[in-house]
Design a protein around this ligand. Structure first.
Ligand SMILES: Nc1ncnc2c1ncn2[C@@H]1O[C@H](COP(=O)(O)OP(=O)(O)OP(=O)(O)O)[C@@H](O)[C@H]1O
Ligand SMILES: O=C(O)[C@H](O)COP(=O)(O)O
Length: 394
């Protein structure tokens, strides 16, 4: 990476404004998945060990410039304190007199977690005044929030204009792993794209066709491709206005010699529930009043074979509605295939694929689980991430 990192600067005694992505899922005030907090620990520990005074800043959810009590960061501060085994001071603001006082009292190695930066309307607008207020608190800016690096906000981009600005260790690792995967991939290189949002993934599929040997399509977005082949998809998820694009992709794959894999059979159900009647049918026989909710057995076999023969696999989006056991087989089979292939480097991106791998107890068998959903997709599309561009060059 050509950007400076925390390792390239002197941190002793410096006040560091460190942007992290603590946008963790919460239910009834409890954190339900702390992956992102764990992922930020190496940088936080490094900063404290180097004698920095650490101000952590994050967003949580989408409060849209308002104070929303359920989106305060207090539960995160508590969890972080437990994980680090040391005090984490939580302020109720992200700048202003209360924060200034906390900074003034901070000792080397001390940690303050600021309030949710999205409580301020200026954050998402990348308001220069707010960026200056954040910058005025610190001597150095560290961005470790890979998951939010595709956002040009006051705490991810604007602030970097006012302070020495470097990446954290998580940011560095994410960029290195994803960058290597895309620039100099081990082959066969396979991308697996599933999930529900066709529109969000159109650009990434297009971009990946220039890079991969195999492109595997699964999940809800697969039905737009099945339709593009001329078959009826019944009540399955379909983006009618993307059918022509899907056709163009299959043509492009042919021209580029990319092995483009679409389901040949699917599991259809007469209801969106665990008790639904289900059957596996060929893609030419999807009943008009049934819905495709997983890939079928022949398809699983075919996909698993390709995955096991691959040296590098990037996976974004589940193969079916894995949250419901009856429709989880395809996603589980893909996760198992990756887990059983020690020679295959596996990169998991996107919140749902990561959640699926976690649910099947296979997270530690994957080579890299990205903390970025949208950010990893935009990176794979070849887009520049504003939160990275803003950092100082080496
Ligand atoms: N055949 C299907 N029909 C309807 N929904 C499906 C189907 N297959 C998968 N899904 C749903 O797609 C959702 C995930 O889609 P999405 O595109 O958001 O994936 P992702 O990229 O992993 O997640 P993120 O948005 O966090 O990056 C899951 O909730 C899953 O149930
Ligand atoms: O969860 C994410 O992908 C990041 O934290 C960014 O959140 P956002 O999509 O609300 O900007």
């Amino acid at each position: 990476m050509n950007k400076k990192s925390v390792r390239d600067i002197d941190l002793k005694g410096k006040v560091v404004f460190c942007r992290v992505d603590f946008n963790v899922p919460m239910k009834d005030g409890e954190i339900t998945d702390e992956t992102r907090i764990n992922a930020a620990l190496p940088t936080i520990k490094y900063l404290t060990e180097q004698g920095a005074k650490v101000l952590l800043a994050s967003h949580l959810g989408r409060p849209k410039g308002q104070v929303v009590d359920e989106l305060r960061l207090d539960p995160v501060a508590q969890r972080l304190s437990d994980l680090l085994g040391k005090e984490v001071i939580k302020t109720d603001e992200a700048y202003g007199p209360e924060v200034e006082k906390a900074v003034a009292n901070l000792e080397e190695g001390g940690i303050v977690l600021l309030e949710n930066v999205r409580f301020y309307p200026g954050e998402e607008k990348n308001d220069p005044e707010l960026a200056e207020k954040f910058a005025a608190l610190a001597d150095v800016y560290v961005n470790d929030a890979f998951g939010a690096a595709h956002r040009a906000h006051a705490s991810t981009e604007g602030i970097a204009k006012h302070l020495p600005a470097v990446s954290g260790l998580l940011m560095e690792k994410e960029l290195e792993v994803l960058g290597k995967a895309l620039s100099n991939p081990d082959r066969p290189f396979t991308a697996i794209i599933g999930g529900a949002k066709v529109k969000d993934k159109i650009d990434v599929i297009d971009n990946l066709l220039d890079k991969v040997d195999n492109l595997i399509i699964g999940g809800g977005l697969g039905y737009t491709f099945i339709k593009a082949l001329g078959y009826d998809v019944g009540k399955s998820l379909l983006e009618e206005d993307k059918v022509e694009t899907a056709k163009a992709f299959m043509q492009k794959a042919k021209e580029k010699g990319v092995n483009f894999l679409i389901a040949e059979d699917v599991l259809v159900a007469d209801d969106f529930s665990n008790d639904a009647n289900t059957k596996v049918v060929g893609i030419d026989s999807i009943p008009s009043d049934w819905e495709g909710l997983d890939i079928g057995t022949k398809t699983i076999e075919k996909y698993v074979k390709v995955i096991k023969e691959s040296k590098l696999v990037i996976w974004n989006g589940p193969m079916g509605v894995f949250e419901i056991d009856a429709f989880a087989n395809g996603t589980r089979a893909v996760a198992n295939a990756l887990a059983e292939s020690p020679d295959t480097y596996s990169v998991i991106g996107g919140g749902d694929s990561a959640a699926a791998v976690e649910k099947f107890g296979l997270a530690d068998k994957m080579s890299h689980i990205s903390t970025g959903g949208g950010a990893s997709l935009e990176f794979m599309e070849g887009k520049e991430l504003p939160g990275v561009v803003a950092l100082n060059d080496k």
